[in-house]
Design a protein around this ligand. Sequence first.
Ligand code: ATP
Ligand code: PRP
Ligand code: MG
Length: 285
Amino acid sequence: MSILRIAVQKSGRLHDESMELLKDIGISIDNGIDQLKASARDFPVEVFYLRNGDIPQYLKDGVVDAAIIGENVLIEKGIGIKIAEKLGFSSCRVCVAVPKTMNYNSIADLEGKRIATSYPNTVQNYLDKNGINANLHIINGSVEIAPNIGLADAIVDIVSSGSTLFKNNLKEVEMILKSEAVLAVSPILDADKQAILDKIQFRIKSVLKGRNSKYVLLNAPNDKVQDIISVLPGMKSPTVLPLAEEGWSSIHSVISKNQFWDVIDDLKARGAQGILVCPIEKMVI
Ligand SMILES: Nc1ncnc2c1ncn2[C@@H]1O[C@H](COP(=O)(O)OP(=O)(O)OP(=O)(O)O)[C@@H](O)[C@H]1O
Ligand SMILES: O=P(O)(O)OC[C@H]1O[C@H](OP(=O)(O)OP(=O)(O)O)[C@H](O)[C@@H]1O
Ligand SMILES: [Mg+2]
């Protein structure tokens, strides 16, 4: 029987949420400390714990079949590897930053400069597209220190809150790309493995939809029900049930997290009372 080999980051920023997602889709792993490989108890899956930066090559070679990986690393090293699903965590951006004191007006100011980065392919592509010639210095970590020690005039690195740039007296001047954790798939995948992957992807979609939605219950007098329903999306349409008290109804619906507060304000204004909001574990549509 086929077994799908999934790579996750061994340790680092993606590890915990990757394991949480696997758990949420029903893949439980006996994770012995320092194990590099583990089998799932209840699903035909093996999990490989690898460095994020090494995963694109393993996918290309078909050593692993799928992976949870930072999109930025795939863009840097994973030409031809398909993204099956965006996973909604570890969001960041890859940016150009320069010393705060530099008078930066446009990308033309990078001409002839020394740029330190761990993402040389991404940077070179970006410079080529913009017709800029610059000298790249490849460093593997602590890139933000490079301008302060005289190694570079600018850097390209990951930015999230911006606090690392701030601490190093740098300012963000260009955004090259946005990234988040993704489910990536090897180009070498037979039909049996594809069938396992399809099941996993279906489960991931259900979990992500659940994470992005809330279940809402509220009470309303019957004469307000139609007006309230008009602002509730619901999966098909909202559920309306009679309350024990004559003339009142309970309305149940699902609201997307993005619209949540706006819809709640609207519901209150239309006469909703006793509004309860619950998390949704999974949503299968
Ligand atoms: N500050 C951040 N905020 C959000 N996401 C981030 C941040 N830094 C990195 N990431 C994302 O998490 C991924 C893993 O980052 P991390 O620093 O843990 O590993 P790494 O050092 O790049 O990789 P390796 O596993 O090869 O040692 C990055 O590729 C990026 O997609
Ligand atoms: O904008 P911020 O929120 O400050 O995040 C950005 C920093 O986070 C990452 O480093 P990380 O902390 O993962 O350290 P590393 O360089 O050792 O991987 C990245 O390389 C930046 O340095
Ligand atoms: Mg890092």
